[in-house]
Design a binder for this molecule. Structure first.
Ligand code: KG4
Ligand code: ZN
Length: 363
């Protein structure tokens, strides 16, 4: 790295799902980064009555809140638009209405301020966050587990990703949310399932572990969702104890699957990069907040001499800092975009990876 390289102040805008977020970060010439502000407006209350995110409501809410969130991000950083060196906006993948709102705002700022625009892949934001928080070098292994994606990737550089595995049906966060909905625990389901699981006994229900022990690193969670429904039907009417026991069994089953799939990916990483002195597994995305999952991943890392890096939960769930940071990394490499950059509902990090048809945009 060139310590004499210029430092950059970058504004990041995130609107791909149900968080309206903006952040200002500083990236120094030596590659170190600092978050100057990080504002997240969660639309949870707008979507809660529907038990999930409603795309049209999300897009309208982004329009309603983005200006305020942007103003707050600049105010918290004690800066104005004139201080920015670049603006980065999520250009996909995600709910297209929301993506358009954020990307168009980014384009307007870039045009008026005459600064570069960086159209950021939301998944690259998640993938590079650990370089902002922990100053990691390439390569590293990444487990990305969110409401929209479940992937294992080798991260070799900015824009250089090899997908080792993906879900072939539901994303892990989606499986948590559907389980919660089935058991009447509300949205978002992940934290509610984790809390209920802490009070339950996992041995009471025997749930399947899809793809466990199979070759490759793909995931499958839709069968588990069906098994949860059957378990609930078996004991209906479901009591509080039943809910806790089913949640414990579900969480145990998914953690087993993730441990098994990650072990396969770790082995593959070791074969590809045999001399890596301190290999790292990064876990990112909203589900990375789950303690049972972190514990299983810690076991895999301990067994294989890997270090587990998990950014703080507020940087694992969707935020503007991860978009600003990915933008700053791209800017430092001269990777900027034109004002005709397109919003994309689907945008795989590894375009050469085989499609997983059942996963749609999640693959
Ligand atoms: O990364 P994220 O904020 O948004 C997406 O890009 O999807 O992830 C949200 C997902 C939701 O499905 C939510 O239920 C899940 O992350 N989640 C959790 C936990 N906290 C959030 N899942 C399991 N355990 C948790 N503690
Ligand atoms: Zn995300």
């Amino acid at each position: 790295m060139d310590p004499a390289a210029p430092e950059h102040i970058v504004l990041g805008i995130e609107t791909s799902c149900d968080e309206t977020a903006a952040s200002v970060i500083l990236r120094q010439g030596d590659g170190a980064g600092r978050i100057l502000s990080n504002v997240v407006f969660s639309q949870l209350d707008d979507h809660a009555p529907y038990g999930g995110v409603v795309p049209e409501i999300a897009a309208r809410a982004h329009i309603a809140h983005l200006d305020t969130v942007l103003e707050q991000a600049l105010a918290d950083a004690d800066l104005t638009f004139a201080d920015l060196d670049a603006v980065a906006a999520t250009a996909g993948p995600g709910l297209i209405g929301g993506v358009i709102v954020g990307l168009m705002a980014g384009k307007a700022i870039a045009l008026v301020q005459d600064i570069p625009l960086i159209a950021v892949n939301h998944l690259e934001g998640h993938a590079l966050t650990a370089r902002l928080t922990d100053g990691l070098d390439f390569p590293y292994l990444l487990l990305l587990v969110s409401g929209g994606h479940t992937q294992l990737l080798v991260v070799e550089g900015v824009g250089d990703y090899t997908r080792l595995g993906t879900t072939i049906d539901d994303a892990l966060g989606e499986a948590f949310d559907k389980t919660a909905k089935l058991l009447g625990l509300g949205y978002p389901g992940g934290p509610a399932v984790e809390q209920a699981a802490a009070r339950g006994m996992s041995g009471r229900f025997d749930l399947p572990r899809p793809l466990l022990g199979r070759p490759g690193c793909n995931f499958s969670f839709s069968g588990l969702k069906t098994a949860v429904r059957r378990a609930a039907e078996q004991v209906a009417p479901v009591t509080q104890t039943d809910v806790c026991d089913i949640c414990a069994a579900f969480q145990d089953a998914v953690a087993d699957c993730v441990r098994d799939r990650t072990q396969t990916a770790v082995t593959e990483f070791q074969q590809r990069f045999p001399g890596t002195p301190e290999p790292v597994l990064v876990v990112a995305g909203g589900v990375a907040a789950n303690q049972a999952l972190r514990q299983r991943l810690g076991q895999v890392c301990g067994k294989n001499g890997f270090r587990l890096v998990a950014p703080a939960p507020y940087l694992c769930t969707d935020n503007g800092a991860m978009i600003a940071w990915a933008g700053a990394e791209r800017l430092a490499l001269g990777l900027i975009d034109q004002l005709d950059a397109s919003p994309r509902a689907r945008w795989p990090l590894d375009p050469d990876a085989e499609p997983a048809p059942g996963a749609g945009v999640k693959a």
